[in-house]
Design a protein around this ligand. Structure first.
Ligand SMILES: [Zn+2]
Ligand SMILES: [Zn+2]
Length: 340
């Protein structure tokens, strides 16, 4: 039996919609019938060659939600039919990082659906059973799918930053991760300032609880604007990764502020050590998430603490159009591929 899949062939090449054999679950794995798959900027990075993991000919898509429809050997039969969100790292299982639950840091990852192994831009996919997080019946799979990356990344970065009640938290870039982070920061007691170039997304940020929003297209010095409002932010989440935003994010921090890097582009930030030293700036990268973060985001969404923002959904065949909208930066929240 065959199925549809959108394949990454190599850097700088367009993705290709192909018919490939439906995968069979190995021992410990399940096969998932896709119901929804969110589109992430990572796909653009793959296509443009900015992110090259050396893998070729893999199915894209790591914001996966679907139903378990076949079980490999050794998987609990009770799992058949479960509605799940997929955690997208399968670490080696025995290094120090895996042992402590930080599979996103495993230097010998076995599989990473949508990155180095086949992901969710397809009718079916197989994954380790323990990576499947049960989604409560009242949460739609279309709604939860984008949270598999956008939401988990936000929870992970939020934990890294150790947000404390009353902290001024700047969300620099209000895409899918930014909007989830905004809500997480608010939940942790942070006071949020959102910066973006889209008036519509800033309106959404206000609705979700941002105390101030700054339109970066308005020729304002965003760092000076944040300083004026706060005297210096406690935490800045850098989700854009352009040279100008990277620089401004650093400048708007208070002394001993936390500079959390999540988004990136082809740009590089040059900084003199003294800019970090004399203000005791804490720089931290945050990549992906842990399996616990995936469980946490499902819990937060199902309790209504974090809303998943879906701009619109498309059919798998229309993936090019979805990527284009993503690239243009017009989406408010995620674009989701829906499988009927
Ligand atoms: Zn992603
Ligand atoms: Zn490992």
């Amino acid at each position: 039996m065959h199925m549809r899949a959108v394949r990454y062939l190599g850097p700088g090449q367009p993705f290709s919609l192909q018919s490939i054999p439906r995968p069979e679950p190995a021992a410990g794995q399940v096969r998932i019938k896709l119901k929804a798959c969110g589109m992430c900027h990572t796909e653009l990075h793959f296509r443009d060659g900015l992110l090259d993991l050396g893998c070729r000919d893999v199915t894209m898509g790591h914001e996966i939600a679907g139903e378990i429809e076949a079980l490999g050997a050794g998987v609990d039969p009770a799992r058949l039919g479960e509605r799940v969100l997929v955690y997208y790292y399968e670490g080696c299982g025995h290094c120090e990082y895996c042992r402590t639950g930080d599979e996103q840091l495993c230097p010998a990852v076995k599989a990473q659906p949508g990155f180095s192994s086949d992901g969710g831009y397809a009718d079916y996919m197989v994954v380790r059973a323990t990576n499947c997080v049960v989604v409560p019946a009242h949460v739609s799979l279309e709604e939860i799918a984008p949270m598999a990356c956008a939401g988990t990344t936000a929870v992970h970065a939020g934990k890294m930053a150790r947000i404390r009640p009353g902290d001024w938290v700047v969300i620099h870039g209000t895409g899918g991760v930014g909007l989830a982070l905004l809500q997480y920061a608010r939940h942790m007691g942070g006071r949020v300032i959102a910066i973006d170039r889209s008036a519509k997304r800033l309106e959404l940020a206000s609705t979700l609880g941002a105390e101030h929003v700054i339109d970066a297209t308005a020729q304002v010095d965003v760092a000076a604007a944040v300083m004026a409002l706060t005297g210096g932010a406690d935490v800045v989440f850098e989700l854009v990764g352009r040279e100008a935003t990277l620089r401004a994010s650093l400048q708007m921090l208070r002394r001993r502020g936390r500079y959390v890097l999540v988004g990136y582009s082809a740009d590089v930030l040059q900084v003199h050590p003294i800019d970090l030293i004399v203000r005791e700036i804490q720089v931290m990268g945050s990549v992906g998430s842990t399996l616990q973060d995936a469980h946490d985001i499902v819990d937060l969404v199902s309790r209504g603490v974090i809303r998943s923002l879906v701009d619109h959904s498309i059919a798998l065949e229309d993936f090019e159009q979805g990527l284009h909208t993503l690239e243009e930066g017009h989406a408010q929240g995620r674009i989701v591929i829906r499988f009927d």
